[in-house]
Ligand binder design. Structure first.
Ligand SMILES: [Ca+2]
Ligand SMILES: [Ca+2]
Length: 265
């Protein structure tokens, strides 16, 4: 079953690469069809439910290939990352504070793992699906990069549609000593956080509720195993490792493509 799916995916991948080459050769801009803009709903909605999945197959050319302007270092004395985030926030629905976290993660990974090709837009797509950039259920994202109250997911107790994950953190991260729960703006399971914990705001603590820390950990996680996120196979493998669902990947794809496009206009 899994092998069969891989073969199909491989075939689709090869097809997608051929199509992408033809499109580029024809000088035609590759446009991903986005079915509609995310619909604002009641704050109690799970963020992912507000996000439409786009009509792309796994293996479709990675959205980062559309070439968003990456955050860059600038003049000494200025804060180029903040200037970039403030600017992009005016054209997207992503709060500037979250953009700073995603952009910072891209910059850090660009220096530590340049072959990964991590894009802030991919992180923003994941952050939108996982927690609406830390704004889940009416929360706000503070200047310190923390949601106004900690984001803690449902108990992973094996209920219908939910994985069963026994407690690994003694409740330290998720407040639950019986089972584990996904935590923070990027929704890390405590055992995953234990492996990928990052300290991007340099306060001496890796905190999955703090969006700089969470975004950098997510970026490192996506790059694991030498993935090149600039390739279709690398991008899809990374995103599906975050959540092994084609619909999830399609949602992140559509968002990342849209954020990248909006950031350029
Ligand atoms: Ca726990
Ligand atoms: Ca930290």
């Amino acid at each position: 079953m899994v092998g069969e799916r891989r073969n199909v995916r491989g075939a689709l991948l090869r097809l997608a690469v051929v199509v992408a080459v033809l499109v580029v050769a024809a000088g035609v801009v590759w446009v991903v069809r986005v079915t509609s803009a995310p619909v604002a709903g009641p704050v109690a909605d799970i963020p992912a439910l507000q996000v439409p999945a786009v009509d792309v197959e796994p293996g479709a050319v990675a959205p980062v290939r559309v070439g968003a302007p990456a955050p860059q270092a600038g003049a000494a004395g200025a804060d180029p990352l903040k200037a970039w985030a403030d600017d992009v926030a005016t054209r997207t629905d992503v709060p500037a504070r979250a953009l700073m976290a995603y952009g910072n993660a891209e910059l850090v990974v660009r220096s530590t793992d340049p072959d990964c090709g991590l894009s802030w837009a991919t992180l923003a797509g994941i952050g939108r699906v996982e927690s609406d950039h830390g704004r889940y259920q009416g929360r706000t994202l503070g200047a310190d990069g923390r949601p106004s109250t900690p984001i803690i997911g449902v108990p992973l107790d094996g209920s219908p549609g939910v994985k069963a994950i026994a407690d690994t953190d003694g409740g330290a991260l998720d407040g639950d000593r019986t089972v584990d729960r996904a935590v923070g703006p990027m929704q890390f399971i405590p055992s995953t956080w234990a492996r990928w914990s990052s300290d991007a705001d340099i306060d001496g603590v890796g905190d999955p509720q703090q969006i700089d820390d969470a975004a950098l950990a997510a970026g490192r996680y996506l790059c694991a195993g030498g993935r090149d996120l600039r390739t279709p196979e690398g991008w899809w493998a990374g995103v599906l490792s975050y959540n092994n669902s084609v619909e999830y990947g399609q949602k992140v794809f559509g968002l990342a493509e849209r954020y990248a496009r909006e950031s350029r206009t």
